[in-house]
Design a protein around this ligand. Sequence first.
Ligand code: HEM
Length: 181
Amino acid sequence: MTDTPLERRGDTRMPRTSSFLRLEESDIREIQRTVPVVAPHLDSLVEDVYDQMTSFGEFAVLFQQAHVSTGESIDVRVATLKSWLLRVLEMIESNPAELARFLATTGASHAGVGPGKVYVPMRLMVLTIAYLEVGLLRALADAGAAAAVAWHKLLWVALDGMASAYGADPAWDRSAPEATG
Ligand code: HEM
């Protein structure tokens, strides 16, 4: 199956962004080591993200629009965000190329790509990841600085991967991954 231009863009961007943030094997090991620390907090953490989002008008109005078009409840969105995070965790180690495509596709679901798709401004995506990160860092409070650094890098790589759907960044996206060290 041929990748779409959007998927290819995500594919190229992620190695470059990971390289800039120095997301390394040691970070991935730290994340794996601390997944069991985060796991017991995951449900409440994701629910808190949605409580926060739905209490702010800029977010809530978008969910209302989406309800009209999809009939989905907030419970579905909570489950979706949780499974998104679990898939990112699974793929960062096993299949980074697949992760890049997954992130670009998730970004496209929010960037208004395709007929009837909701448009979520990038600023709200940034705030959501920032809020999620605060929750994760609280859960990781006793896990050590290396774990906090590693999760931070992962979340920002994920955000940048989703941002790839919002428009090309020619200088960054066309850089050859092998040239990034
Ligand atoms: C930044 C972190 C976010 C993540 C990781 C995330 C993740 C997801 C995922 C995985 C889906 C399912 C569709 C797909 O697989 O691509 C989805 C759909 C959706 N999300 Fe998000 N989301 C985020 C932020 C937001 C924000 C800030 C809003 C609105 C305020 C939002 C509203 C929606 C809506 C309305 C859908 C349904 C889209 C459709 O079916 O067309 N999301 N999200």
